[in-house]
Design a binder for this molecule. Structure first.
Ligand code: PRP
Length: 213
């Protein structure tokens, strides 16, 4: 018997790419999840609900049991320090790279203090620590590309998909990417035990369609 299931998703790019995967696994929202103002949406499965939360909140919803499972970017997971989450499946969507970028000529030479604007303070600090580069981290919540332009930061650490946003703002990638990013299925540890059959079935179904859409 199928057990009740709640799935935390985020409006926007992740939702758009995740819905076809869920549909192939037999789960279809009962209304347009992109445009609804509701935060909890019914699906064609009587006991399966979709919760619409901010991308950076998906790990917390799953860790604290607000949702049984969720879909979020590896960038968000790298920054999340909680432990109560399994990450059983790379969904192969939302593929991009976490990079350091700056204005032409900007570099990381290990000398002096580098000002780094980012939505990912933990990941950025770890990265520069490993390189012995002293940094001042400026935490931002979006539009990071602006910070070097206005002289507020030397570089940014941000995700790059097509590179169009960097190029439009006269920025370029510095060095190798920090991390390859894609969206992951995450599962609450207790739910994985209690709802073992339903969640494993879903993981199996999703595994079968990943990369085929
Ligand atoms: C992300 C990221 C870049 C952009 C990269 O921003 O922060 O700004 O996408 O994509 P591109 O390489 O294809 O141009 P998003 O649109 O998610 O908004 P945000 O900056 O508010 O997080």
């Amino acid at each position: 018997m199928r057990q009740p299931l709640s799935i935390a998703l985020t409006k926007g790019r992740i939702l758009k790419s995740t819905l076809p995967l869920l549909e192939a696994a037999g789960i279809v929202p009962a209304e347009d999840a992109e445009t609804t103002r509701k935060l909890r949406v019914d699906t064609n499965q009587p006991d399966t609900k979709i919760l619409l939360v901010r991308a950076s909140d998906v790990p917390a919803y799953v860790e604290y049991g607000g949702a049984d499972i969720g879909v979020t970017g590896k960038d968000v997971l790298l920054e999340h320090t909680g432990r109560g989450i399994y990450e059983p499946l790379d969904l192969g969507i939302g593929v991009c790279q976490l990079v350091v970028a700056g204005r032409q000529g900007a570099g990381i030479d290990g000398s002096g203090m580098l000002k780094v604007a980012t939505k990912y303070p933990q990941v950025a600090r770890d990265f520069f620590d490993r390189r012995g580069q002293q940094v001042e981290i400026i935490k931002l919540y979006g539009s990071m590309e602006l910070a070097p332009l206005v002289g507020m930061a030397d570089v940014i650490v941000d995700i790059m998909e097509t590179g169009a946003t960097l190029a439009a703002n006269g920025l370029q990638v510095i060095g190798e990417p920090i991390h390859q990013i894609s969206s992951r299925l995450i599962v609450n540890k207790a739910s994985m035990k209690i709802k073992h059959q339903t969640i494993h079935q879903l993981i199996d179904d999703l595994s079968g369609v990943v990369g085929k859409n």
